[in-house]
Design a binder for this molecule. Structure first.
Ligand SMILES: NC(=O)C1=CN([C@@H]2O[C@H](COP(=O)(O)OP(=O)(O)OC[C@H]3O[C@@H](n4cnc5c(N)ncnc54)[C@H](O)[C@@H]3O)[C@@H](O)[C@H]2O)C=CC1
Ligand SMILES: NCC(=O)COP(=O)(O)O
Length: 349
C-alpha cells in the first residue's frame, strides 16, 4: 500500500481546515489530513460542506479515495477554536500536527507533507520564542544545517526552463521560481545574516534540488544583489563585493551557471528572466512580492534540503476570511500535486 501524503491543517482559527474540507468536497482525495476531527466536522457543518470526516490511526493507510470523504490522522485541539480568533492555547496543537507529519514521513508511513498555514505570531506568543516558521522548524526537526525556501508559480512546477517571452511586458505570463538566501528575520538583521558559507550552501542545495525535483539538468540561477543597484560598485553597500561575488566566482569554477549579483529591480523583468530556472533573492520581501504579483493563489512553497518532501501554500492564515468559505483552495491543490511528484523523487535519492 502506497504511503499517503499528509496535509497538516495549520492554525485552527485560520483558513487551513476549511481549505482541506473544500478540496475533499470537490474531489476524491487520497491524502490524509492531520488535525482535530471535531474541528473539521464543526467547520464542515458551519460552511454547509457535505464531507464525512473519517478518523484513521496515525501511520495507517488511507481508507480509499471517495469524494466528500476526508481521512484524518487525529490530533486533539487544546481548546475549542473559533474562526478568526487566535488562542495561544492551541499553539502546541499546531506544532504536534507538524511533529506527527515529520515522524511519519521519516518512518516511511507518509510519502510527503503539505502544510496549511500556521500563525507565527501566536506560536511565539505561546512561549515558543525561537519559532519563526515551518521552514526553520522543519530544518531543526530533521536535524539538517541548511534548508532553502523556494516558491514557484504553478506554471513553473514542471518543465525544464523558466522561459520568458522577451516581448512580454507583464510578469503574469512568466513562470517563476524564487528562492531565498535568508528567510524569516527582521530586515535590519538581513545583511549580518549573509555569509559566504551560508550563501554557498544555499546555492548548492538550490542547484541540486532543481535537478532532483524539477528535472532541470544544468540549472541557471540568477542571483540578486542585496543593495540598490547591486551595491553600485561598493558605493551603496559592500555585501556584493565581499560576500556574493566571491561565492558566485567559486561556484562558477565548478561549473554552476550563475548570473549576478544583479540589481533586483531589473532582474525581475522578462528579458533578464529569459532562460533562468530560478532566482535567488537575498531576503523574503525582495523576492516574494514579485512571485505573488505573478501568481498569488496559484503558487506553492517548497522547502529544499530536507530529507523529506515538504510543500505548502503560498498564503497565510487569512484570519479575515476564516469561517466564511470564500478563501481559495487553489494553492493548497497546487501544493498537494507538487508533493505527489516530490515524494516519489525523495524516495528515489
Ligand atoms: N505557510 C505558512 O504557514 C504561512 C503562514 N503565514 C502566516 O499567516 C499569518 C497572516 O499573514 P498575512 O501576511 O496576513 O498573509 P495572508 O496570506 O494570510 O493574507 C494576506 C491577504 O491575502 C488574502 N488571502 C490569503 N489567503 C487567501 C486565499 N486562500 N484565498 C483568498 N485570499 C487569500 C487574505 O484575506 C489577506 O487579504 C501570519 O502569521 C504569517 O506568518 C504567511 C505565509 C505563509
Ligand atoms: N511567505 C512564505 C512564508 O512565510 C512561509 O513560511 P513557512 O512555510 O516557513 O511557515
Amino acid at each position: 500500500m502506497k504511503a499517503p501524503i499528509v496535509v497538516t491543517t495549520g492554525e485552527p482559527a485560520g483558513i487551513g481546515p476549511e481549505l482541506a474540507l473544500m478540496l475533499a468536497a470537490r474531489h476524491a482525495t487520497d491524502w490524509v489530513a492531520i488535525g482535530d476531527p471535531e474541528l473539521l466536522r464543526a467547520r464542515a457543518l458551519a460552511l454547509g460542506l457535505d464531507v464525512e470526516v473519517v478518523i484513521v490511526a496515525p501511520g495507517e493507510a488511507h481508507p480509499g479515495p471517495r469524494r466528500q470523504r476526508l481521512a484524518v490522522w487525529p490530533v486533539a485541539l487544546k481548546e475549542a477554536s473559533e474562526p478568526g480568533v487566535l488562542s495561544t492555547a492551541n499553539a502546541d496543537y499546531v506544532l504536534e500536527t507538524l511533529d506527527m507529519a515529520v515522524a511519519q514521513c521519516l518512518a516511511g508511513k507518509a510519502s510527503a507533507m503539505v502544510t496549511a498555514p500556521l500563525h507565527k505570531g501566536v506560536i511565539r506568543d505561546a512561549g515558543h520564542h525561537h519559532f519563526t516558521g515551518h521552514t526553520e522548524y522543519l530544518r531543526d526537526a530533521c536535524g539538517v544545517e541548511e534548508v532553502v525556501m523556494m516558491l514557484a508559480t504553478d506554471s513553473a512546477l514542471h518543465g525544464r526552463v523558466v522561459s520568458a517571452d522577451a516581448t512580454t511586458d507583464s510578469l503574469h505570463s512568466i513562470p517563476l521560481r524564487v528562492a531565498l538566501a535568508t528567510t524569516h528575520l527582521p530586515l535590519r538583521e538581513v545583511a549580518d545574516a549573509l555569509s559566504q558559507k551560508g550563501l554557498e550552501r544555499v546555492l548548492r542545495i538550490l542547484a541540486r534540488d532543481l535537478t532532483d525535483f524539477f528535472g532541470v539538468v544544468s540549472p541557471r540561477i540568477a542571483v540578486c544583489g542585496l543593495n540598490p543597484h547591486a551595491g553600485e560598485d561598493g558605493h551603496l553597500g559592500r555585501e556584493e563585493i565581499e560576500i556574493i561575488t566571491p561565492v558566485l566566482e567559486r561556484l562558477r569554477e565548478e561549473g554552476l551557471a550563475l548570473d549576478g549579483p544583479l540589481p533586483a529591480d531589473t532582474l525581475f523583468t522578462p528579458r533578464h528572466l529569459d532562460g533562468v530556472d530560478a532566482v535567488l533573492a537575498m531576503y523574503h520581501d525582495q523576492g516574494l512580492p514579485v512571485l505573488k504579483y505573478s501568481g498569488f493563489g496559484q503558487a506553492a512553497n517548497i522547502t529544499l534540503g530536507l530529507p523529506l518532501a515538504r510543500t505548502s501554500v503560498d498564503h497565510g492564515t487569512a484570519l479575515d476570511l476564516a469561517g466564511h468559505g470564500t478563501a481559495s483552495p487553489d494553492s493548497l491543490a497546487v501544493a498537494i500535486a507538487l508533493a505527489e511528484d516530490m515524494g516519489s523523487r525523495v524516495a528515489e535519492r
